[in-house]
Every structure is written in structure tokens, then in C-alpha cells.
Ligand binder design. Structure first.
Ligand code: PAF
Length: 278
């Protein structure tokens, strides 16, 4: 496994791979890798000749300084895990090099970013699009792998690819859950043991909402989820929305289109997100 700390090092690797006509899979991450990342890495490895995994805590996608500072970092641990899944190249650049020049371009995703995470985290998706676009350019990957837990991020990345005609396939991968149902996330490691023990309640409530969707109205299901969190003082619900799976616009009445429940909830000072497909 080769580790590139500089952009030029990655570019030379990619040039060689392209000469050899190898297919490239890219797994963009912010490190603190967990089983969810590793399942994406294994898939990327299976479906391409070469897997590049980027490990970069992207400062410009954090709208909260404290969140950026607290974001877990463990490059040595990440490298050991990536070695185990036979990743070929790790790209771990410095923020100084990536943002040697202040980004001048601002991305726009219209109504896709005016909902859910968008209003809660101003500038977040512009930051994500900036780094993802750079990674796509540098890696010249054929496929890039993203987890469905960040449902809105996947929609934004697909729109980025559409807007800029980037020749890359976006591969959406199912959520990886711990045995008790909690969606794996780098942020989970910041939960106290007590909070970790009750965190699976999020998935349980969402699963129940899926069975209620069969008989109740959208607003009744929304009311159910909101009341479940209101009565559990450990949790603070930031939002729960039932949205159209393609447009991400809130749905008022059940129709033929696929819908998804998207949630952001605070527990023990940690912001957790999850989704439920209906
Ligand atoms: O999902 C993440 O970890 C990040 O948003 C990403 C896609 C690596 C961009 O920094």
C-alpha cells in the first residue's frame, strides 16, 4: 500500500495507472475509519483494479469550529485498517496544500441544499463539493463510493457530477449498522458508554415509523417520531423530515414516489444522522 501525502505524488501514481489502463475506485473519507468505511473499501477493491482511499478532514465543510476540532483523527489506525482490506493507495494531504489557494468558486445545488442538513449547516455542501470535485480531478477515478447514511450528500455529489459532466460513476452503498442497529459513524466513538447504549433507539424509532407509514398519514408518522424523541430527554431532535427520495423535498401526502425519512439528532453532545427508506 502506497501512502501519498502530496498531491504530486498522487498525480504521478494516477498517471502510471492510466497508462496501464487500470480502472480506479475512489473512497473519499475524513478518516477515523470504521466498519462502514471498510465495507465500502472492500466493494471498491472488488469492482476496480485499484482502490484509492483519501483521508482528509476537510476544514471548509465544518460550519462549527468546535466540531472540526473535536473530529476524531487517527491516521495510523486508518492506515492499519486500510492495509487489512488491501487498499492500494492512501491519499492523506495537508490542508495547507489542498487549500494553498482560497477557493474562489461557490457551488450551488438549488433546492437539493435548501432542506435537511442545508439550513442547519450553512456552507457545508459547498465545502463537500469543493473537496470532492478536487478529489475526482486528482484521482481520475472511474467510480467513487459513498455511504447512503449521508443521503443528501449522495444527492449533492450526483448533482455535482451532472452539472460538471464529470466522467465518474457514483456508487451508493447501503448503510452499515452495528449489531444493535446503530448506523456506523466516526462520530460514534465520541459517545459515552451510557449514550452509546441508548443510541440504537434512533434506528428502532425509524423502523417503527416504516411500519406506521403503511397505515398512518405522513404528518401522523412525523408526529410519532417527534413525540418519541420529545419524551426521551437524553436526545434533542434537530430535524426529522419525510422527503421525496430524488428531489429531497418534504412530502405531505403519500404518493407513488419513493420516500425517505431523514433525521439529525443530538445525543451526549454528538450529532448523529440516520435515514429510513419507506
Ligand atoms: O462523508 C464524508 O466523510 C465527507 O463529507 C467527504 C465525502 C469525505 C468529503 O470530505
Amino acid at each position: 500500500m502506497q501512502v501519498c501525502y502530496k498531491i504530486d505524488e498522487l498525480l504521478s501514481c494516477v498517471e502510471k495507472l492510466k497508462e496501464e489502463k487500470k480502472t480506479i475506485g475512489l473512497l473519499p473519507t475524513m478518516g477515523a475509519l470504521h466498519q462502514g468505511h471498510l465495507s465500502l473499501a472492500k466493494r471498491g477493491k472488488r469492482e476496480n483494479d485499484v482502490l484509492i482511499c483519501s483521508v482528509f478532514v476537510n476544514p471548509i465543510q465544518f460550519n462549527n469550529k468546535e466540531d472540526l476540532e473535536k473530529y476524531p483523527r487517527d491516521l495510523d489506525g486508518d492506515l492499519a485498517l486500510l492495509e487489512e482490506v488491501e487498499c492500494d493507495i492512501v491519499f492523506a494531504p495537508s490542508a495547507e496544500e489542498v487549500y494553498a489557494e482560497e477557493p474562489e468558486f461557490t457551488y450551488s445545488f438549488g433546492s437539493l441544499e435548501s432542506v435537511l442538513e442545508g439550513p442547519q449547516r450553512p456552507g457545508h455542501f459547498n465545502g463537500v463539493a469543493t473537496i470532492v470535485h478536487k478529489l475526482f480531478n486528482w484521482s481520475k477515478a472511474d467510480r467513487a463510493y459513498f455511504g447512503e447514511k449521508d443521503f443528501q450528500q449522495v444527492a449533492i455529489v450526483k448533482d455535482l457530477v451532472r452539472q460538471f459532466n464529470i466522467p465518474i460513476e457514483i456508487v451508493e452503498c447501503p448503510i452499515f449498522r452495528d449489531e444493535d442497529g446503530l448506523a456506523t459513524s466516526s462520530r460514534n466513538r465520541r459517545l459515552s458508554p451510557e449514550a452509546r447504549a441508548i443510541a440504537p433507539k434512533i434506528h428502532k424509532i425509524l423502523m417503527k415509523s416504516a411500519s406506521l407509514m403503511k397505515t398512518l398519514s405522513v404528518s401522523q408518522v412525523k408526529g410519532y417520531v417527534e413525540s418519541e424523541f420529545k419524551m426521551r430527554k437524553e436526545f434533542t431532535l434537530e430535524y426529522f423530515e419525510i422527503v421525496d427520495a430524488t428531489t429531497l423535498q418534504p412530502v405531505k401526502i403519500k404518493g407513488d414516489n419513493k420516500t425517505v425519512g431523514c433525521i439529525a439528532v443530538w445525543l451526549d453532545g454528538v450529532r448523529l444522522i440516520d435515514i429510513q427508506k419507506y
